[in-house]
Design a protein around this ligand. Sequence first.
Ligand code: SF4
Length: 314
Amino acid sequence: MKNKEIKILLSAPRGFCAGVERAIEIVKRSLEKYGAPVYVRHEIVHNKHVVDSLKSLGAIFVEELHEIKDKSRPVIFSAHGVPKNVPIEADSYKMEYIDATCPLVSKVHREAENLYKAGYQIVLIGHNNHPEVIGTMGQLPDGTIDLIQDEHDVSVYELHQNKKVAYVTQTTLSVDDTKGIINALKKKFPEIKEPFKEDICYATTNRQSAVKNIAKQCDMFFVLGSRNSSNSVRLVEVAEQSGCPHAELIHSDSEIPFDKIQNCKIIGISSGASAPEILVENFINSLKSKFKIKIDKIEIIKENVVFKVPAKLN
Ligand code: SF4
């Protein structure tokens, strides 16, 4: 196999976004400031490599606050955002908390709150049970946000007592699939109020556009990222929808399909917003051990977004 030459189209931008960089930095700075352990509610970002490395520094991950044994220690809320009752619960335990919710998720929370105050019935386009969706729905009283997952949901959706309607979206959806859902909503409810600036974030949009740009040229496409990472899973779908015959997610338990790769001339590689670059490097090194590799980096846009950590960690 070693003589087989394979070209890699390395998609860029890929990997960590500003919200993920900030959330990881918040955990590291909290460990420096408070010492270990600090608790983190839910995986700080959806990536096993990141979670394991923070565990080794002294972070303890829990799903709910009641699981925290030592409530005198601080707790960090993950980048996906939390329902309003979570900080209230932390206050009831007199726990110090640090919120690592991505500012672009917080923006959607504020939008939903403002729409609710203005009397709108709110539709959230997103995936059931994703922590970001649970967090956004949990900004408002039960039953005041309705989740829509696809165009079929739109077809059966009805307005409550002729209320005016508005929509917001999860930040990590497929840009193209969401367009279809929004068009169906606009057709059914021509007066529907749209977000001032779209909710799918810059990082999701850029990573998908970069994959779309090269997918057609690739015999196979690989996305480094975890199975529970929404934006990583979307990149796999985007690669296939954009003309690559076969795309796969490479996660922590994946075996690299060398037998299939050896039949390829060109493969594409990207990574989700929560996947560290070391995973891409390790993947490419594994390929180098079997094949002659040539790498072309195809970058469609430079990103320069940075989010500040909360002032109390400076
Ligand atoms: S993917 Fe987008 S919304 Fe999610 S953490 Fe990154 S920048 Fe924020």
